[in-house]
Design a protein around this ligand. Structure first.
Ligand SMILES: C[S@@+](CC[C@H](N)C(=O)[O-])C[C@H]1O[C@@H](n2cnc3c(N)ncnc32)[C@H](O)[C@@H]1O
Length: 268
C-alpha cells in the first residue's frame, strides 16, 4: 500500500488506484481523495486544462435543475451517482426551500457513501445507499427508498455526471428506463453527461481514464435523447450544460467549453 489510510477511509477501497468520485472531489477542491487520485487529476488537467471548471459548471447545473424541480412542486429526490459531498448538495439546496423535502443519495464508491453518511447524521429526511445505478430493483426497494420516497407521487431522479461512466453493454438505458417506469406522472429525470467530441483532448482523456480501468463513454446529443424515453424534454432540450436555464450574470460565452450536455425530462 503506497498511501497511508486515514481513519475515515473504508477498509475495502484500493488507495493505489484512482477513483472517479475522488478525482472529481479533488477537482472541486475537496479533501476526500488520495495521492493516486490527485496524480490522476493533475495529469487530466494537463490534457484538459478546464477540467476543474467543467466540474464546477456541472455542479451549477445540478443546483439549477434541483431548483427547477423544487419550483415545479417536487418534494422528493433520488440522486444516483451523488458523489462525495461538496458545496450545494441536493438536500441542502432543497431544505432551504422546504425542510420536509426527502432525499435519497446513491453512490457506488464507499468513500462517497461514508462521507455522505457523516453529513446526514441526525437528518431524518435524507439518507444514502451504497449501490449501483445498474441495479434499479435493489435501489428502489432499499430500506432508505422505502422509508423516504413515495413513488405514487412526483419525484426527481438525478443522474448527473454519472452515465458517462457506464458503457452501453452494461445496460444503462434499461436501468434508466426502469427508474422512469417507477416514477409517477409529473416526475422529472435530470441528466448531465460528457459530450462526444472528435478531438485529441477527448481521445487522450478517455485513454487516461481507461488506463486506470475507469470506463468513460462520451455520448452525442442524439444518443442522450434515448435516456429520456417516456419523458418530454423540458425546454430548451439537451443543450451545452451552461445553457440549461442559465441565471442572470452566468457566462454563456463558448458554452461548448463545458464539454458536457444537460437535459431534464418530465414524465407526462
Ligand atoms: C463525477 S461524479 C458526479 C457527482 C455528482 N452527481 C455531481 O454531478 O456533482 C460521478 C459519481 O458517480 C458515481 N458512480 C459511477 N458509476 C456508478 C454506478 N454504476 N452507480 C452509482 N454511482 C456511480 C461515482 O462513484 C461518482 O461519485
Amino acid at each position: 500500500m503506497s498511501t497511508q489510510r486515514p481513519g475515515w477511509a473504508p477498509e475495502d477501497i484500493d488507495l493505489d488506484r484512482p477513483n472517479a468520485a475522488r478525482v472529481y472531489d479533488y477537482l472541486l477542491g475537496g479533501s476526500a481523495n488520495f495521492a493516486k487520485d490527485r496524480e490522476f487529476a493533475d495529469h487530466l488537467t494537463k490534457i484538459a486544462p478546464h477540467a476543474a471548471s467543467i466540474a464546477r459548471v456541472n455542479r451549477a447545473f445540478l443546483r439549477r435543475a434541483v431548483t427547477y424541480c423544487l419550483n415545479n412542486g417536487i418534494r422528493q429526490f433520488l440522486d444516483i451517482g451523488s458523489g462525495i459531498p461538496t458545496a450545494g448538495n441536493v438536500h441542502e439546496i432543497a431544505h432551504r426551500v422546504d425542510p420536509s423535502v426527502r432525499v435519497v443519495y446513491v453512490d457506488i464508491e464507499p468513500v462517497a457513501v461514508t462521507h455522505t453518511e457523516r453529513m446526514l447524521a441526525g437528518n431524518d429526511n435524507a439518507a444514502v445507499v451504497g449501490g449501483d445505478l445498474l441495479e434499479p430493483e435493489t435501489l428502489l426497494t432499499s430500506s432508505a427508498a422505502r422509508r423516504l420516497l413515495n413513488f405514487d407521487e412526483p419525484i426527481a431522479v438525478l443522474t448527473v455526471a454519472v452515465l458517462h461512466f457506464i458503457d452501453d453493454d452494461k445496460g444503462p438505458h434499461a436501468a434508466v428506463a426502469r427508474y422512469v417506469d417507477a416514477m409517477a406522472p409529473g416526475s422529472y429525470l435530470v441528466l448531465s453527461h460528457i459530450a462526444a467530441e472528435d478531438t485529441d483532448e477527448q481521445a487522450q482523456a478517455r485513454t487516461l481514464y481507461r488506463k486506470d480501468a475507469i470506463p468513460i463513454v462520451a455520448r452525442t446529443r442524439e444518443q442522450l435523447t434515448a435516456f429520456f424515453t417516456g419523458t418530454e424534454l423540458v425546454e430548451p432540450g439537451i443543450v451545452w450544460t451552461p445553457l440549461w436555464h442559465p441565471e442572470q450574470f452566468d457566462n454563456l460565452e463558448e458554452p461548448e467549453r463545458s464539454k458536457g450536455y444537460a437535459g431534464v425530462g418530465r414524465k407526462p
